[in-house]
Design a protein around this ligand. Structure first.
Ligand code: S3P
Length: 173
């Protein structure tokens, strides 16, 4: 299938807490590919955390950096890329991912997402000062139809992460 052409990088998209980084890292190990997390790349380039970038320069600035980082990652050698939850919402970034990589929507119930983001309070500026369940429900409503444009959709629960990895490997085969 075209979307799983062996030379294409694999890009995980989906809401905060879906397990993109954890599942992505394990998937990369299984495929013997490098793993890169776009949020981490941006943080390294800026020398600031995602929360600090939002605070000092605003979301627009973060999105610009995110688009450039993802474009660069996709251009390079084949790898597994975990993206921040909003990356795929940017039309240009999304077009690039759909065009040049294999996009996988990793998805979970709101309660699971909320439980996972609660483990790193303060790390997600879009949830700042809000009930994570309420905020994530609103984001899911807006974003899920767009995540659904990814050719592969895997639910990361109730499966353990290892089973989500297996489900992705089957979908790619
Ligand atoms: C965001 C998700 C975050 C991070 C930023 C914005 C979003 O990444 O990029 O806080 O818009 O959903 P994770 O999905 O890895 O939490």
């Amino acid at each position: 299938r075209l979307h799983s052409a062996p030379e294409r990088s694999i890009v995980l998209v989906g809401l905060m807490g879906a397990g993109k980084s954890t599942v992505g890292r394990r998937l990369a190990q299984r495929l013997r590919l490098p793993f890169v997390d776009s949020d981490e790349e941006i943080e390294q380039a800026a020398g600031l955390s995602v929360a600090e970038i939002f605070e000092r320069y605003g979301e627009g600035h973060f999105r610009d950096g995110e688009r450039r980082v993802i474009a660069r990652l996709i251009e390079g050698r084949r790898k597994v890329i975990a993206t921040g939850g909003g990356a795929f919402m940017n039309e240009e970034t999304r077009a690039l991912i759909l065009d040049r990589a294999t996009a996988i929507w990793l998805d979970a119930d709101i309660g699971v997402l909320a439980g996972r983001v609660a483990r790193r309070p303060g790390a997600r500026p879009l949830l700042k000062g809000q009930d994570p369940k309420v905020a994530l429900t609103a984001l899911a409503e807006k974003r899920n139809p767009i995540y659904a444009l990814a050719p592969i959709h895997v639910r990361s629960e109730p499966l353990p992460h290892s089973a989500a990895v297996e489900a992705i490997l089957r979908a790619l085969a």
